[in-house]
Design a protein around this ligand. Structure first.
Ligand SMILES: [Mg+2]
Length: 230
């Protein structure tokens, strides 16, 4: 079969963090910029760069590289403990079928397995290391590369070509995610999308967004693998 490049989203697709990311980011905002109250912003499916720019802007803080770094660094320092706490309370966990699917994929030379996430590289690693999933991924495209998820299309195709050592046709790339923004990104790329209902969006929402396949979760590995190989 033709080699397929699979790009997995993280939150709501591979794992649920029980809000550890969002809560840590808001706490980091409050701590780093001495704010008494921080108003939340939408986070589902968005890139960290877009989220952080909006958070800073909404609170009257200049959107400079230096301020973003202050916020990211504080966020990275808070995230591991909060994630551990929520995992202990079983609110953060790996989603159904993920471990076995990644196990199957790692034994097949037909699939190149990467990440395409709104997380920054450091937070992606903190989250996946916590669940011992990081080593399954050969490369990644992260949320520091665009402020709007569909704009990750170009960096994604470049990262794929660089990783594979040659350009790969977009139709041989599959985006696996949990939000309409993941599906929109796949459309911009000209790639197929597998959308999962594990992140809070309903099957109806995801179908309406134009996903090529919508599943409750990844637990039917056989069905998922057959579809990925189409
Ligand atoms: Mg997600």
């Amino acid at each position: 079969m033709t080699r397929r490049v699979l790009l997995f989203d993280i939150d709501g697709t591979l794992i649920r963090c029980g809000g550890a990311g969002g809560k840590s980011l808001l706490a980091a905002m409050a701590d780093e910029f001495a704010l008494e109250e921080v108003s939340p912003v939408p986070i589902h499916g968005r890139t960290d760069l877009g989220i952080v720019n909006q958070l800073l802007g909404d609170h009257g803080i200049e959107c400079t590289e230096a301020n973003r770094h202050r916020l990211y660094n504080r966020y990275y320092s808070l995230l591991p403990a909060r994630l551990a706490q929520l995992a202990e309370a079983a609110e953060a966990h790996i989603l159904p079928g993920v471990q076995s699917l990644l196990g199957h994929l790692s034994t097949s030379s037909n699939f190149v397995v990467g990440l395409l996430t709104g997380n920054m590289p450091t937070s992606a690693r903190i989250k996946l290391d916590h669940f011992e999933l990081w080593d399954h991924f050969q490369f990644g495209v992260f949320g520091n590369q665009a402020d709007h998820r569909p704009r990750l299309a170009e960096p994604a195709m470049a990262a794929i070509a660089s990783h594979c050592g040659e350009p790969v046709h977009a139709k041989d790339v599959i985006i696996i995610g949990d939000t309409p923004l993941d599906v929109e990104l796949a459309k911009v790329m000209g790639s197929r999308s597998l959308a999962l209902c594990t992140g809070g969006f309903s099957a109806g929402d995801l179908q309406q967004s134009g996903a090529d396949l919508v599943l409750e979760d990844l637990s039917d590995n056989h069905r998922v693998l057959s579809w990925l190989a189409l």
